[in-house]
Design a binder for this molecule. Structure first.
Ligand code: TYD
Ligand code: MG
Length: 491
């Protein structure tokens, strides 16, 4: 019996279909993409709001020439036998590395921020607001590096302006080459000829690379230039130091991709109105993050501050109410700083709380703890808190100092001089242990303090016996207040 062909007419074999429909494309035709200048998201057409980062009016048209694509996707992954041998997977033991070798920086602060010197072949990004001192720091480094050929490329300043700055810095190096150029192609050609030990670029936002058509500083240019510099750094083992602008919100201009591409990100912080400048390590593939370098801006450039605690405490006035000294860690560095509080009767229904250099939510929490657990009447008081010196402190070890400063301001009495604090305060009003308390105690001792108040939990082992300073363990914030301030009020 004949069986009906229920499947219908037989389909042509699949292999007769082209797998990748080959559409003729004009590779020379420029193409427009719409790129968010905030986060780097790409769109096919213009729109007012970036759906990725939710920012408004940040999408800009960028015209790019389409780079020739391989005919089929697998061609991109096909290697010849030589390349295959080079890209062979190796056993971990077979790989030799030169991690021990770093280019020593004469600037000890920068060396610390970089994790002990400049790693050959690394790409370092230094971000910061305009006028904070990025160019000064890098030119100073270029001039001070002993016996190293440095190529300092500036897209922002002319050669004469750089010379004037070098004269101002009063350092004259013999092997420092200056180039005023914005074409990355020309810069890399010069670098190939000169073969510098270090390449410095000021700034990444001024560079452009062919064939990307968008303006220097656009996301596409910044990304492509950084990628080219990364290839240069890795293939020649030359460290490249870049400066980058930051946006008014304080993040590095350009998408996060820039931070992902580089090995190290250093952020320049500080108030332009004060002389202190802080270089903070935000990311470091070759060392610890949260390192800190502190400088002072002088008329002859940036000067390293080796003893920052002494600097922050230099203007201290003893026997002033509402002041307490806290020992906190910034990266691996113990520092002592002054917490200043002012408490005054609230003039409006809702009392004001304002802080500088300290988290305002944490201040509110500490005020609630003082109210509830230590019985201080703060609900009808305006409270102002300032961390002297312009630092922003995130270490919770400053909690006890902040609580004592507020309590002393409320009671209008001074905490005895030569007293400092290093403990976190919990919601129950209890003090909590902090990390590396020995380092904090040692710093307080070095600066001539006679008493330090720490959490009971930290007083394990021989901590107290090791130091000549008196180490007082306290269990709660109210006990610390009673111990220090009740005596003062009574006397
Ligand atoms: P600069 O390095 O040009 O900042 P950036 O590259 O981050 O934009 O810093 C310039 C500021 O520093 C400027 O306000 C002048 C000041 N400065 C000094 O006070 N002393 C100096 O020796 C130098 C070179 C600059
Ligand atoms: Mg500059």
């Amino acid at each position: 019996m004949e069986v009906a062909n229920i499947a219908g007419p037989s389909l042509p074999l699949l292999k007769s279909y082209p797998r990748y429909p080959q559409q003729p494309r004009d590779l020379k035709k420029p193409r427009s993409t719409y790129v968010c200048q905030n986060c780097g998201a790409q769109y096919a057409k213009q729109q007012g709001k970036c759906t990725a980062c939710l920012a408004w009016n940040v999408i800009v048209e960028e015209i790019t020439m389409q780079a020739p694509q391989p005919a089929a996707p697998w061609e991109a992954y096909s290697y010849n036998s030589e390349q295959l041998a080079a890209s062979r997977a190796k056993l971990l033991q077979e790989i030799s590395c030169q991690t021990a070798y770093r280019i020593a920086c004469p600037d000890q602060e920068l060396s610390r921020a970089l994790g002990g010197g400049i790693v050959p072949g690394s790409l370092v990004l230094i971000g910061g607001e305009p006028g904070i001192g990025k160019s000064t720091l890098l030119l100073q480094l270029a001039l001070a590096l002993p016996a190293s050929k440095v190529l300092y490329v500036s897209g922002e300043e002319s050669e004469a302006q750089i010379k004037m700055r070098a004269d101002r810095l009063q350092q004259l190096a013999t092997d420092c080459y200056i180039l005023n150029e914005t074409s990355l192609h020309n810069i890399l050609q010069q670098a190939a000829q000169l073969k510098p030990a270090i390449l410095i670029i000021d700034s990444i936002q001024t560079l452009y690379i062919h064939p990307i058509d968008s303006a220097p500083g656009s996301i596409a240019q910044v990304r492509a230039c950084t990628a080219a510099l990364l290839r240069y750094a890795k293939s020649t083992n030359t460290p490249v130091l870049l400066t980058g602008h930051i946006t008014k919100e304080g993040s590095l201009a350009g998408p996060k991709v820039l931070e992902h591409m580089v090995d190290t990100v250093l952020q320049f912080e500080g108030d332009r109105h004060t002389a202190y400048r802080i270089v903070r390590t935000i990311k470091n593939r070759f060392g610890a993050t949260a390192e800190l370098a502190i400088y002072e801006m002088h008329s002859h450039g940036l000067r390293e501050v080796a003893n920052p605690s002494e600097l922050f405490m230099a203007q201290r006035v003893d026997n002033l109410s509402g002041i307490a000294i806290g020992a906190f860690l910034e990266g691996n560095r113990p520092l002592l700083i002054e917490a200043q509080a002012l408490v005054s009767s609230a003039t409006y229904g809702t009392p004001q709380r304002a802080t500088t250099g300290f988290d305002s939510k944490r201040l509110n929490m500490l005020l609630a703890v003082l109210e509830k657990r230590a019985g201080l009447r703060l609900v009808v008081q305006d409270v102002f808190l300032n961390i002297a010196g312009g630092l922003k402190v995130e270490d919770p070890a400053l909690d006890l100092a902040v609580c004592l400063a507020i309590a002393a301001a409320l009671k209008d009495c001074a905490i005895p001089p030569h007293c400092c604090f290093a403990a976190e305060v919990g919601l129950g009003g209890e003090t909590r242990g902090v990390s590396r308390v020995e380092q904090r105690i040692a710093e307080a001792e070095r600066l001539g303090f006679q008493q330090i108040f720490i959490a009971e939990h930290n007083l394990k082992g021989p901590v107290a016996e090791e130091f000549s300073i008196n180490v007082h363990p306290v269990a709660t914030v109210s006990k610390a207040i009673d111990h220090l301030l009740m005596q003062e009020i009574g006397s």
